[in-house]
Every structure is written in structure tokens, then in C-alpha cells.
Ligand binder design. Structure first.
Ligand code: SF4
Length: 737
């Protein structure tokens, strides 16, 4: 048995559960991962990603040296032909050799890379102003990294064009919760699920997306006798443990949830005291419910009216009930309305504000909650303080040593808007820290055109991914195992991240790269100095907590063992596992009257299937980490899931290659025939560059949250030949330099 040199306790870099990891290190390599049994988050349990998915840290494709394009060193002027950098010939071969070698990557030192970056960003800012500058923050990076990145763009470039992947996963939930309660996080901890008599899981394949929370849900059913209602188009694993499964058509959430509200009202199951004392807007809401009879909802959603009635009664009559939801609610062009329909149910029944009961959007990435808390959004400073409020602006001007009135009151652009504004007179320079829009944005053929329109692109990452390949400068950063800081999980628990060993090669931790670059930018622009001389990441968190009261009482010493659940307003505050016990941050909870708006693309004769997308257990997002780890062997290729009835009609057998085509693009991949997917619905995971699901998805946006409609678009399926399947090696190696 190998004896470790040391065991480092840290937090998992994959999903928002935030499991505690123990990294066993020998000779500056992690060789094993375990988990402490006394962890309040995961009690020693880990899923396959947390347990085995760490070897990407040592993958030969890890980027450990700064890179710049040759033209930046030799001729300065950008050569023509950028659109060909990533071109692939008809037989799938990269055709980079056909373009000017001025586009070649050249390894360089940090001083050169950062000076070139600072020169180009200041050149564009001086010429075109704040509107030309934009940045993507990173839900995988620490709170400290993210806080500094938005500070750099707001304090130096005076722009709120700051966003990150929350726009692509839970923006609808965030906006809905803000409107209805004034807060946007989960109201309870996930482990409180065992305290409920009834809980609803909807739009969340929890077993694959948040496996340890799924374990707690199953424990609630098996050991504590809770009843689970699953409302989901797919026959997910949790259905085996559920009292009821309501298999609705994708995008029909509002009629189903509103019909449940209709039943609760008609059968007098409402909590009158809660409504009177804690809410507003009930009258308009009640009027809006008239048409949402269970029969009307059945017609639209396919869920039998009697099942809607039964589910409504179960939820409303429980002593304690909660709702857990995922991207199936928010990733729609009416994602905000879908989440509001769930919130209305909690307000009607008073199932909120007590331990166990509540509203729980399960956040995806390990630190998407934290990146949002840190203000990496175009409408908010850290702590969800609106950027268009002059009082908020004054607080951050003081904290950052900015002249009065210096920060922008203008709302910024969202991720999808940043790219669609990439043209003359719009966004000219983009800085991407750890995100991969060329995998994560909808309608990738359109995204590709926008990426090519950028004048200057900086990628700061651990691998050269599909988006980094478009960059002018590449800055090699470190993964979780080589950095210190904090992540905030979906429970709002702020936990320590600790380095297991030094960075590989010349890679540097994100916050240090940002500080180094910010000082160069300030010096070139001659602007008043915000503070960038931090000696450790805790100083950064404390600066942020000086203005954002949710984090004011958090120190590294206090979160050393098990973290703290914010709000933690003072240094002796114990944290707040349950929100809204007495009141809502906006005062009264607000009911919202809703209408049914169909998805933008309904199936037709030409495109008869509804495509829905999501994750699988073994992989994570664009695959930068999991596809460069041993996990890729466990799930090595993209598959489209299809119901056996559909497969039979189309003469398709399990494992056959097929072409899936939408109005925007096509992919070729093999079929898995499975009853997990309903008739008329197909599912493709979005982790595979060689069959990128987002080539197909619709870029229609929710008007309020600006989240795209990833969960429903119309597609057609054709048989394909074996040799039509893409060569994954070629596609993946295009990201090499
Ligand atoms: Fe990591 Fe999430 Fe798995 Fe826990 S459940 S080990 S946080 S991926």
C-alpha cells in the first residue's frame, strides 16, 4: 500500500454538491481520493467523478506555458485568415497548414504574454471605450478568482459586461427567485430533504447531475418514509424510488405546475395564514389560475389530469414539503416563468421558511453559486447589489478606491449577448477565464462566426479547448488541486479549497494572473489604483466581505473544517442553513400570474422529434476535465437516446449510427435505444466535441433571464453509415497547439 507524503482536504471541482475530498499525495502526485466520514455535505460518499476524475491534472495536454500568436511578436498587425485557423477538410483533416504561419502559437514567458495582453486590451479600450470590453468569469474557479476578475473589468474598464455560465444553467431560477423572494439561492441545505414528508424533484436528473444529493433523496424515501414526486420528461433513475412520476412533454412546466395550483385552490388546500401574513399579489394570481384546469394541462403536457390532482394533494397536504429543480425548469425560453410557477406552489401552501421545506434550484457547477455571489453577472455587484443603483455603486467605489461616479450604472451584456455583439462598434475584446463558449453556447455554428469576429481574445485555462483555439493569447492557469481559496456550494456553504502541490510548469493560479495583469493595465492607462497587492486569497475574500454582508463573518479560520452557510453577517454568526424563517429579503413573497407560452420550436413533419440535452454521470460540461481523465474510458463516445417505439418505427437498432439534424446544424453519433426517453423525445449529452449537442440547440432566449432554450428544439433523425461517424481523435486534437 502506498503511504502518502500528505493528505490534503479540499472541495470537489465538479458539481455544486461540494463534496469534501481528501487528496492523497505522493511525490507531488495525487494517487488516491477519499472523503472524510464526518463531512456534513457528503458523509464520506463520493460519486465516480470526485473519486476517480482527478488525473486530468497530470494529462500531457495540460497547458503549462504562456502562448501568443506569432503575428503578435513579429508583425503586430493581425493577418487575414483567422476563420481558417480551425477549418477541417472534407476528410476530417485539420487544414491549419494552409494558412499563414503568423497564426502559429509561440511559447513565451509570462512578462511577454501579459504585456501583449495589456497592450492590446488598453489599445482597444482607449479606441472604443467600455462597451468594447467584455469578460467571461468561471464557475469552476474560486470565489477569490472570480471576485478579482469582475473587479478588474468594473474598476479598470468601467464596464458591467461580466457574466459566466450561470446564464446558461439557472438564470431563469435566479431571476424568478429574485423577483418573488429577493434572494436567489437554495432556501435549505440539500441534506434537509430527509425532514420532509413529500418532496418534488423536477427538471433534474439528480442521480447523474448531483449524485450525492440523489443518495440523500433515496435515503429520505427508504429510511424516513418521505414520498417523492418526480415531474420530468425522462424516466430518470429516481422514478424507481418515487411515489409518482409525471412524464410531461419538454417545455410544459407552467401548465402542469399551474394546474397543481388550480387544484390546491379549488380543493381549499391553501395555507391562508401564510398567504395573508407573508405574501402579496394573490388576487391576480388566483384570477390567472382559472384556465389552468388539470384537463387543460393534460392536453398540453400529456400528464393525466388525475395524476396532476393527486400530486397537488400530496404536496399541499404534507406537513413539510419541498421542491428541488434543475435545468429542465430554467433552460427554456420561458425559464423564469417555469421557476415562478414552482415558487407560486410554495407560497400557496406555506411550504417555505421551515427546516426541510423550501425552494431549491440545484446549482450545477462546483462554484456557480459563488461566482454569482461574487458579482460575475452583468446586473449585479457582489452580494446581488444592482449595478444601476447609485448607492450600491458608491459602496464599491469606496471599496475599490474609485473616484465618485466612476463606476458604470449601465447594465452589462449577458454571455449570449456578448458574443452576438462581437462586431464593429460592439464588443471587440473578450477575456475568457475557464469557460468554453464553443461547447456551451446554443447554436454553435452561429457562435463560431461571432468568435471569429472578435478583434482580440484572451483565454485563461488549464487546457486548450474549442474556444481557446480562437484566442490570440493563452494564459495557463491551475486546476483546483494547485490552488487555495474557497468554493460556495449549492447549499450556500462556503468551503476551503487547498493546493495539494505546486502548479505544473509555468502555470499560475488565476488570482495571481489577474493581479499581475491588472497592475499592468492600470499603469498603461494611468488610472487611480484599486488594490491589487494581495498576499493571500483570504485577503481577497475579506475585502469582498467588507461590502457584501452575506460573507462578512467568513474567515478561513472559521471555515477550516466544515465551512459556513451564508448569510454569515458577523464574525460570531453561526451561518444560516434555512432561509426566509421570518421574512423574505424583499419583504413579502410575491405571487406571479403566469400564462402558458409554448417552446419556440414545436415538432413538425420535417423535424418530428423534440431534442433535450443534459449531462451524464461520468462527464462534466464541455469535457475539458473528464474527457482528459480516466472517466473518458467509462463513457467514451456521444450517444443519442431514443425510445424503443420510435426506434422500431424508424428501423433503428441499438448502436446504429444516425444523423441528428435541426434547423441550425447536424451531428452524427450512435443510438442508445432506451425507455429512459419518452416517445417523441431524444436526448443527447452536451460533453462531446465530436458530436456537440449545441450545434443543434435553439438560441431563443428567455426575455428576462436571457437563458437559451437548451431543453427543447425540433430535430429529425436519419440513418447514417459507420464511416460517417466523426473521428474523435481528430476533432479533439484540433484543440492542441
Ligand atoms: Fe463531486 Fe458532485 Fe460527485 Fe460530490 S456529487 S463527488 S461534488 S461530482
Amino acid at each position: 500500500m502506498i503511504k502518502p507524503d500528505r493528505i490534503v482536504t479540499t472541495t470537489c471541482p465538479y458539481c455544486g454538491v461540494g463534496c469534501n475530498l481528501q487528496l492523497h499525495v505522493k511525490d507531488e502526485h495525487i494517487f488516491k481520493v477519499t472523503s472524510p466520514f464526518d463531512s456534513p455535505v457528503n458523509h464520506g460518499n463520493l460519486c465516480v467523478k470526485g473519486r476517480f476524475g482527478y488525473d486530468y491534472v497530470y494529462h500531457p495536454k495540460r497547458m503549462t506555458t504562456p502562448l501568443v500568436r506569432r503575428y503578435l511578436l513579429e508583425v503586430k498587425e493581425k493577418p487575414a485568415g483567422r476563420e481558417q485557423v480551425f477549418a477541417v477538410s472534407k476528410d476530417g483533416q485539420p487544414i491549419d497548414s494552409q494558412i499563414s504561419n503568423l497564426w502559429d502559437w509561440v511559447e513565451t514567458d509570462w512578462d511577454t504574454a501579459l504585456n501583449i495582453t495589456a497592450d492590446n486590451l488598453t489599445r482597444i479600450y482607449k479606441r472604443d471605450g467600455s462597451e468594447a470590453m467584455a469578460v467571461y468569469a468561471c464557475a469552476k474557479a474560486t470565489n477569490e478568482d472570480n471576485y478579482l476578475l469582475q473587479k478588474m473589468y468594473r474598476a479598470i474598464f468601467r464596464t458591467n459586461n461580466v457574466d459566466h455560465c450561470t446564464r446558461l444553467c439557472h438564470a431563469g431560477s435566479v431571476v424568478a427567485l429574485q423577483q418573488a423572494t429577493g434572494s436567489s439561492a437554495m432556501s435549505n441545505t440539500a441534506s434537509q430533504v430527509i425532514q420532509n414528508d413529500v418532496f418534488i424533484v423536477t427538471g433534474s436528473n439528480t442521480s447523474e447531475n448531483h449524485p450525492i444529493i440523489a443518495l440523500q433523496m433515496k435515503e429520505a424515501v427508504r429510511q424516513y418514509g418521505a414520498k417523492m414526486i418526480v415531474i420530468d420528461p425522462r424516466r430518470i433513475e429516481l422514478v424507481d424510488f418515487a411515489e409518482m412520476w409525471l412524464p410531461l412533454k419538454p417545455g410544459t412546466n407552467v401548465p402542469v405546475f399551474s394546474a397543481m395550483a388550480h387544484v390546491i385552490v379549488k380543493e381549499e388546500l391553501v395555507n391562508h395564514d401564510f398567504i395573508e401574513q407573508r405574501t402579496e399579489g394573490i388576487d391576480d394570481f388566483l384570477k390567472s389560475l382559472d384556465k389552468f384546469t388539470p384537463e387543460y394541462a393534460e392536453e398540453i403536457s400529456g400528464v393525466p389530469a388525475d395524476d396532476i390532482r393527486k400530486a397537488a394533494r400530496m404536496y399541499a397536504t404534507a406537513k413539510k414539503a419541498a421542491i428541488y429543480w434543475g435545468m429542465g425548469i430554467s433552460q427554456l425560453s420561458h425559464g423564469t416563468a417555469s421557476a415562478l410557477a414552482l415558487i407560486n406552489l410554495a407560497f400557496l401552501t406555506g411550504h417555505i421558511g421551515r427546516e426541510g421545506t423550501g425552494l431549491n434550484p440545484l446549482r450545477g457547477q462546483n462554484n456557480v453559486q459563488g461566482a454569482s455571489d461574487m458579482g460575475c453577472m452583468p446586473f449585479h455587484y457582489p452580494g446581488y447589489m444592482r449595478v444601476d443603483n447609485p448607492d450600491n455603486r458608491a459602496k464599491w467605489e469606496k471599496a475599490w478606491n474609485i473616484e465618485e461616479g466612476g463606476l458604470s450604472l449601465k447594465l452589462g451584456l449577458t454571455t449570449t449577448e456578448i458574443l452576438s455583439h462581437a462586431h464593429e462598434g460592439g464588443v471587440r475584446a473578450l477575456y475568457i477565464m475557464g469557460e468554453n463558449p464553443m461547447m456551451s453556447e446554443p447554436n454553435l455554428n452561429e457562435t463560431r462566426k461571432h468568435m471569429q469576429e472578435l478583434e482580440f481574445l484572451v483565454a485563461q485555462d488549464i487546457f486548450m479547448n474549442e474556444s481557446g483555439a480562437f484566442a490570440d493569447v493563452f494564459l495557463p492557469a491551475t486546476p483546483f488541486a494547485e490552488k487555495d481559496g474557497t468554493f460556495s456550494n449549492t447549499d450556500r456553504r462556503v468551503q476551503r479549497v487547498r493546493a495539494a502541490h505546486a502548479p505544473r510548469g509555468q502555470a499560475r493560479v488565476d488570482w495571481q494572473i489577474i493581479c499581475d495583469l491588472a497592475q499592468r493595465l492600470e499603469s498603461k492607462l494611468g488610472v487611480a489604483s484599486a488594490y491589487w497587492n494581495y498576499s493571500n486569497p483570504e485577503e481577497i475574500l475579506r475585502e469582498m466581505g467588507g461590502v457584501n454582508s452575506d460573507y462578512a463573518g467568513i474567515t478561513y479560520e472559521r471555515i477550516d473544517k466544515v465551512g459556513l452557510i451564508y448569510p454569515v453577517p458577523t464574525l460570531d454568526h453561526p451561518g444560516t442553513p434555512t432561509l426566509f424563517k421570518e421574512t423574505f429579503p424583499r419583504g413579502r413573497g410575491k405571487f406571479h400570474a403566469l400564462d402558458y407560452v409554448p417552446v419556440r420550436e414545436e415538432p413538425s413533419d420535417e423535424y418530428p422529434f423534440i431534442l433535450t440535452t443534459g449531462r451524464v454521470l461520468e462527464h462534466w460540461h464541455g469535457g475539458s476535465m473528464t474527457r482528459n481523465s480516466v472517466l473518458d474510458e467509462a463513457y467514451p463516445e456521444a450517444r443519442v437516446e431514443m425510445n424503443p417505439a420510435d426506434a422500431e418505427i424508424h428501423g433503428i437498432r441499438n448502436g446504429d449510427p444516425v444523423k441528428v439534424q435541426s434547423r441550425r446544424g447536424e451531428v452524427i453519433l450512435r443510438v442508445t435505444v432506451t425507455e429512459k426517453t419518452s416517445v417523441g423525445v431524444v436526448f443527447i449529452p452536451f460533453h462531446f466535441a465530436e458530436a456537440a449537442a449545441n450545434l443543434l440547440t435553439n438560441d431563443a432566449l428567455d426575455p428576462q433571464a436571457k437563458i437559451p432554450e437548451f431543453k427543447a428544439c425540433a430535430v429529425q433523425i436519419f440513418p447514417a453509415r459507420e464511416n460517417d461517424l466523426p473521428n474523435a481523435e481528430i476533432v479533439l486534437n484540433r484543440g492542441r497547439y
